[in-house]
Design a binder for this molecule. Sequence first.
Ligand code: PMP
Length: 404
Amino acid sequence: MTDAELRQRALKVVPGGMYGHLNAALFAPGFPQFFERGQGCRQWDVDGREYIDFMCSWGPVVLGHHHPRVEEAAARQARLGDCLNGPGAIMVELAELLVDTVPSADWAMFSKNGTDATTQALMVARAATGRTKVLMAHGAYHGADPWCTPSPAGTTPNERADLVEFTYNSLESLEAAAATVEGDVAAIIVTPFKHDSFEDQELVEPEFARGARALADRLGAALVIDDVRAGFRIDLRGSWEPYGVRPDLTAWSKAMANGYPIAAVTGTDALRGAAQQLYSTGSFWFSAVAMAAAKATIETLRDTDGIAAMERAGTQLREGLYAQAKSYGFTINQTGPVTIPWLSFDGDADLSVAMYWTDACLRHGVYLHPWHNWFMSAAHTEEDVAKALEGTDQAFAETKAHFG
Ligand code: PMP
């Protein structure tokens, strides 16, 4: 069954043929919708085309597909049972691992998706403070529930009425936002760096991170780091740990279990009682297989210094792309951490150059994204990146020929 045939069939039985962030209709024309398999840092679409993949399934696949240690742990647990009447011992082991790994974590709660975790973190903050308002950065993505989905379709204004927006990296704006709801701020929710789609990424200013911490303390509000996208790719201890800034609550998911479905909230002792009060649960939240995969993934990242491997591969990719772009006369911007990179073309406001180039990359076996950040994995070897750079070089040549 080809991609084109599957799209036709899907149109009849799936709204729009596909929805959400993996809807290939939103990328560039040549992007495949349906995939057949993955191995290491490669994926094959249903038409049999092979790609060196730099999206890593939009983050989850951090060690490469079919990582033996993760697969073995998952299979061992699957043989025992996955969805049982209660969690396995693995839940306690995983919570202990998180508490040992993350200095701001005294406890952990588990769920399935990043949205579960950000929503649950805000519930803890509200239960703890008895307040309603949440300060969040304008344009930030925290998930797809009615309170945070970027599209208003199907939501009511009430569902977002408790959000007050500030400008990322502007302490002045954060303080101004807080001042509008003085006395009623339950939480400040913030991503570890600015990674809004369609825009160059922006690393956090350390003074902003420290200022957000100080403001939360002054207000008696919770500082929530949404580490769903960046977690386990910047610092295993939490992405603001290098700045010495510790959150009260952290939302985790994506890279936590190398593709198995799991999310977590970790928090401090001060919020333990509030967390305990919540009725927050789900039929599949305590499935043991994903927990076993998570434990194996985090241990493997720790034992093999997986982040250092991603940094090496990401640096090689970034340097290679800069050199290629220069040789073809393109001015490009590469932003964000090297482990969560992105490239934009100067003056390409309508993204037509990025669309053309990423489409050309696909034809040369390299899967990148025109308007969303990419993800490195620890499975990207020096040879893989070198091979991918051969493809991107041809794509630059074709882009140059097309746009002149
Ligand atoms: N927060 C951030 C920062 C994210 O990047 C995402 C997912 N892209 C989410 C929350 C929501 O995660 P999920 O899609 O797993 O619900």
